[in-house]
Write a protein that binds this ligand. Structure first.
Ligand code: COA
Length: 169
């Protein structure tokens, strides 16, 4: 299979925060943001694999900044690394200042998707070649995050997590 680039999977979703999507402080409800990010990430994973994709894991979410009612929220999702059937998708979330139009980084998240066939069985996906410095940085760290996710899910023994062990050596 021919290698693709993270850019080829880039998916951008822009939407407003409406009153029904907020918490009692009038900020975007966390679960709503998770759902929006899941949708954007699944589109990126589909673009990379051109297969049916399912969410295997939410590896990391940082709700660093609250997102007020009425905000224009932009989610950018890109596949940061492709393994055999699984992909790491990196998400950056921005809010747009109403007056200046300036975009401020609000949150980021990392999801894992798996490409499957019509019966739900994992299938092989194309490799990925990162281009920019940031894409290369995310690509390099992705194997470590995959191993951590598998260890936490009880699918890998900590003693087999070579990348994690290397961190502490
Ligand atoms: C995701 C799913 C297809 C994985 O199936 P599985 O039987 O564990 O298959 P495998 O063990 O062969 O794993 C397939 C790939 O997923 C990866 N994977 C599985 N669980 C993972 C996790 N928790 N974190 C990171 N990667 C994971 C494996 O490492 C493997 O990657 P690779 O092929 O790139 O090396 C299966 O668990 C599933 O269908 N889950 C439900 C998905 C779903 O419905 N999501 C929506 C939730 S509402």
């Amino acid at each position: 299979m021919e290698a693709k680039t993270p850019k080829a999977s880039k998916s951008i979703m822009t939407d407003l925060v409406l009153p029904s999507e907020t918490n009692p402080l009038n900020n975007l409800f966390g679960g709503e943001l998770l759902a929006r990010m899941d949708r954007a990430a699944s589109i990126a994973a589909r673009r990379h694999s051109r297969r049916i994709v399912v969410t295997a894991s939410v590896n990391h979410v940082a709700f660093n900044r609250s997102i007020p009612l009425g905000s224009v929220v932009t989610i950018e999702a890109k596949v940061s690394r492709a393994f055999t059937s699984s992909m790491e998708v990196y998400l950056d979330v921005w809010i747009e200042d109403r007056e200046s139009g300036e975009c401020i980084k609000a949150n980021e998240a990392i999801y894992t998707f798996v490409a499957v066939d019509e019966t739900g069985r994992p299938v092989k996906i194309p490799p990925i070649t990162p281009e920019s410095d940031l894409e290369k940085e995310r690509y390099e760290a992705a194997l470590r995050r995959k191993q951590l996710s598998l260890v936490l899910a009880g699918k890998m023994k900590p003693s087999e997590a070579s990348e994690l062990k290397a961190l502490f050596e």
